[in-house]
Unconditional design. Structure first.
Length: 287
């Protein structure tokens, strides 16, 4: 039995993951044993909705250290992710760290360095990169199915005004989808705001593409290729299931489903977008 600690239960993602554990037979070897959040109410709500018995709500994350074998960190604000996850990683406990992985490149690097030193598997970030269309597009781009790519567009909402870390709270979704499809070798970004709407141009060696942080009700990808123009809507209905299955497999096998680059690069790109908006110029990705 793998005992799970959930930290930052104020996020709706915490309930989604708790339902995976509590209501799916294939995860019967997992059990939630401890909760932590800045307030008790969100944890109490999850316990009631998922009919969880025997779990405790702690006032300090360290109080659950001996009660869990792995942790799921879902705080809405990314500024809490390092402080919540790192003590458990240092003790050898696998961790899922929700989006944004962190809001600070130094914190992200510290988590990754510690996990490597302790040989502890970690995963996390946005589940949007597991949209079936994103996974298919990644494969098609890798196979050069569109011939030469001239440009592309993907949209997903984000705002600099969020109380949970501004741009970082939601931008990770679009940034991670972009990196998943087009690769981790993004060189720089040019970002600007017009009428409250953020547009960021991602500069790669062979092409530029547009990340539209539009507050639209639908999400879409357009690829302008040599052989075709590919247009498709993005379905997010199964992402929590896929993301949680990756976490379960990681805990069972001890192998992370994501590379260090896949966890670090989204933070570096968001940091560059933030700087580009502030400085009003193109900003290189500081790897």
């Amino acid at each position: 039995m793998f005992r799970v600690g959930m930290l930052g239960t104020e996020n709706s993602h915490a309930l989604a993951f708790a339902k995976e554990i509590c209501f799916k037979e294939e995860y019967k070897d997992f059990k939630i044993t401890a909760f932590y959040a800045l307030e008790k109410a969100p944890s109490e709500a999850i316990i009631e909705k998922c009919d969880i018995t025997g779990a405790v709500i702690v006032e300090d994350p360290l109080e659950m250290m001996d009660l869990v074998d792995c942790v799921i960190v879902t705080n809405r604000h990314g500024k809490y992710h390092e402080s919540c996850a790192l003590p458990f990683i240092e003790k050898g406990k696998p961790a899922f760290i929700d989006k944004p992985f962190t809001i600070d490149p130094a914190e992200a690097r510290n988590i990754l360095r510690t996990a490597k030193e302790k040989k502890v598997p970690i995963t996390g970030g946005s589940g949007c990169k597991y949209s079936p269309q994103i996974l298919e597009l990644r494969k098609l781009v890798e196979e050069n199915a569109f011939g030469k790519i001239y440009s592309a567009v993907i949209n997903f909402p984000a705002s600099t005004q969020s109380e949970y870390g501004g741009l970082y709270f939601y931008a990770s979704h679009l940034v991670e989808m972009t990196l998943a499809v087009y690769g981790m070798d993004m060189l720089a970004v040019s970002a600007f705001i017009n009428n409250g709407h953020i547009t960021a141009i991602a500069h790669y060696d062979k092409y530029d593409l547009t990340m539209q942080f539009a507050a639209s009700k639908k999400y879409a990808s357009v690829i302008y290729g040599e052989t075709d123009v590919d247009v498709r809507y993005l379905d997010m209905s199964s992402i929590f299931t896929v993301e949680f299955n990756h976490f379960v497999h990681m805990v069972r096998t001890g192998k992370s489903p994501l590379s260090e680059d896949e966890l670090l690069m989204p933070v570096l790109v968001m940091n560059a977008i933030e700087k580009s908006l502030e400085l009003k110029k193109t900003v290189k990705i500081e790897r």
